[in-house]
Design a protein around this ligand. Structure first.
Ligand code: GDP
Length: 358
């Protein structure tokens, strides 16, 4: 027989006080939830830096439910005047390079200086593997507990374009919630670095020291995008190798033409695990902000990014409007069969379908 725990607050034969309190708080919670799903209340709470409201706001903009999308759009519009005030930093590198260890050390360094840090992740692998490389691990445990940090893993199962659009919208909400630094993290898969590059002010590439031929196997274009290359795990036996790799990268970077921003990308080493080299990386980023603010490039880059995202948003909207029309869906199916049987060409089928659109 199980012995029932008696409480001094328990009333004989009735409902316990804790039960009543529980019920009340559930009711309160339900009530609160209901109220907070309207854009105006959410905005007020987000502007006060309420992270629960921020989470709810991001869930709304990530939603595919049309009612939620409508509230999300309203919320975004009202948050826009409060956006634009953070420093947006992109961090990329292959799985295992130490991104989460680095972001944890870097994030803690910033919060110890009184800054509020938001971490958003774009994980293109999630749509392919249905699991998330970024989300599966217990990551950034200390930062998660830090009240000045906000960490949001990426939604899984979306196309990279979809995830990226939501990430841009999430940046706006984080800025409205008063976050000073927004870190966008991604693994170096597919187009993900280009996507992240197009939404950040500073782009940091994390690398490991290799077998000496450091530039081998590096994806084309990534060096041009990087504002800094940081060789991580520069500790123990690896320290010497990391410094050697850093020298090699520095020499290679000198061969690249000067960037529009007039910023010459920096190379540095760090040990994210031992929190060594983190301060230097932050001062490198503040130097960058200083240089590009002075020469006007900081604003020019953000304007260019906004123009790029305007076109991207129109393209994706047109595409989804087209493919979601029932008559297009039906006609597309029959055109695909015709193609399979060599009864039409892709061009003729496309022309036919495009003429059908509303
Ligand atoms: P991610 O996949 O890029 O996010 O990499 P993680 O941050 O999860 O790190 C992968 C592994 O490398 C973990 O076992 C970390 O403890 C280790 N690691 C990360 N940074 C360092 C470092 O600076 N030095 C050493 N020795 N190990 C590190």
């Amino acid at each position: 027989m199980t012995k029932e725990k008696k409480s001094a607050l328990q009333e004989k034969g009735g409902v316990s006080i804790s039960e009543i309190t529980n019920r009340k708080s559930i009711e309160n919670l339900k009530q609160k939830r209901k109220v907070k799903l309207d854009a105006k209340t959410l905005l007020t709470d987000i502007l006060q830096g309420d992270v629960a409201a921020l989470s709810r706001g991001i869930t709304l903009v990530e939603s595919v439910n049309s009612k939620h999308i409508a509230i999300g759009n309203k919320l975004l519009k009202t948050c826009l005047p409060y956006a634009n005030k953070s420093i947006r930093i992109g961090i990329t590198g292959v799985p295992g390079v130490g991104k989460s260890t680095f972001i944890e050390a870097f994030g803690k360094h910033l919060t110890s200086q009184g800054k509020r840090v938001a971490v958003l992740a774009i994980d293109p692998t999630s749509s392919i593997t249905k699991g998330s490389i970024l989300g599966d691990k217990t990551r950034m445990e200390a930062l998660v507990k830090d009240e000045n940090a906000f960490i949001r893993p990426s939604p899984s199962g979306h196309s990279l374009g979809g995830v990226a659009r939501k990430t841009r919208e999430s940046i706006v909400l984080c800025e409205a919630a008063g976050f000073d630094i927004i870190i966008i993290e991604t693994v170096g898969v597919g187009q993900s670095e280009t996507t992240v590059h197009s939404m950040v002010d500073f782009f940091l590439l994390l690398k490991l020291s290799g077998a000496g031929d450091e530039l081998q196997g590096i994806k084309r274009g990534i060096i041009e995008m990087a504002d800094a290359i940081v060789i991580n795990k520069a500790d123990g036996d690896n320290e010497k190798k990391a410094k050697f790799a850093a020298n090699e990268f520095s020499r290679a970077l000198k061969l690249y033409p000067e960037k529009e921003s007039k910023w010459s990308p920096k190379v540095s080493v760090c040990s994210a695990l031992n929190h060594v080299g983190i301060t230097l990386i932050w001062s490198m980023i503040t130097d960058y902000i200083c240089v590009t603010t002075k020469n006007g490039h900081f604003d020019i880059k953000r304007q260019k990014q906004n123009k790029f995202w305007l076109i991207q948003t129109i393209e994706s909207q047109l595409k989804s409007d087209f493919f979601n029309q029932p008559k297009i869906k039906k006609a597309l199916e029959s055109q695909l069969i015709l193609i399979e049987n060599n009864h039409t060409t892709p061009f003729a089928a496309a022309e036919f379908l495009l003429k059908l659109k509303a």
